[in-house]
Design a protein around this ligand. Sequence first.
Ligand SMILES: O=C(O)CCC(=O)c1ccccc1C(=O)O
Ligand SMILES: [Mg+2]
Length: 369
Amino acid sequence: MMIQKVTLHHVRIPLKTPFANRLTTVTDRDLILVEAEDEQGSVGWGECVAFSSPWYTEETVGTAWHVMEEFLIPLLLHHRLEHPMEVPERFAPVRRHYMAKAALEGAVWDIWSQRQGISLAQALGGTRKRIAAGVVVGTGSPEDMMATIHRRVDEGYRRIKVKVKPNADVDVLTQIRKEFPDLPLMVDANSAYTLNDLEHLKRLDSFKLLMIEQPLAADDIVDHALLQRELSTPICLDESLHSLEDVRKAVEMGSCQIVNVKVGRVGGLSEAKRIHDYCQARNIPVWCGGMLESGIGRAHNIALASLAGFVLPGDISASNRYWERDLIQPEVVVHNGMIDVSFDRPGIGFAVDRKRVEEICLAKRTFTR
Ligand SMILES: O=C(O)CCC(=O)c1ccccc1C(=O)O
Ligand SMILES: [Mg+2]
């Protein structure tokens, strides 16, 4: 397989309702879509999940476009590849820039699975025919958060994650447990706490949480190990993990008991699969994180979450959770709390709605050499 053409589409999609967390509020989702073509004319799609500002990690739409254009696309074009797992080696001369790398690698995985005549899920080694859907409730007033949780439970979601921060945690959790004593529930702090909050964090142990995601600093695995020894609730790391090596070190130190796998944060599906394999062999539960993806990124996430080690519901929700109209057909739907994995069609298994992509496109550029 040889990639001969890459087109980047910078698109902006309005969210149905703003997504708020402690660091930012996203009202319009800027994304870079990657459309790659091989020497046989097969077309594959990837999605760069960087945001327009660097609140989650240091990458942005601007840095990702720059690094893809100047460095990554030239490394990819006109090089023979036997398998998408070779892409990380080709990108090795570029440090970090995980989301930029993941977007290009995702398009290569799509093309490669099409050429094999198999679904992306099968190409990755997935076996689950359907996956459990989970949903995230952003920060807001306790009343708004409760109303949203009621709605999501009625929609059938199997697990609810709420964003928390100091002074916006215990009260809302108390209310949730009053109304939903047995709901599979977890919290995500996006690094809102420090070890100075230790006594406060211990109070979260009483809410029967599945886990607490990234309570401490975004680059930390040392303090998380200290914290985990003091909590009975499992810690799950998100921002701290960018590679299998990061995961190995965190596991060996006891910094987390559960791993959030985000394709963009770890540099692509190949690394995500390696992390899955490592954790599966050690009975460490993993789940697939979300980045407010369009249907294209969502399709990649669904394929990944079909791997057997993804034993917990991820942040994978229906297209209509965020979008009035998605970029793929058919849209992703949740039935009885589950999402079907596409095994019958080659590649990502969804058609990209090119007309819609054109409508919301802010900038587009094609690279051939
Ligand atoms: O519903 C989703 O796509 C996930 C929402 C979410 O929690 C999130 C969204 C954007 C960036 C980081 C995170 C996170 O998991 O921390
Ligand atoms: Mg998170």
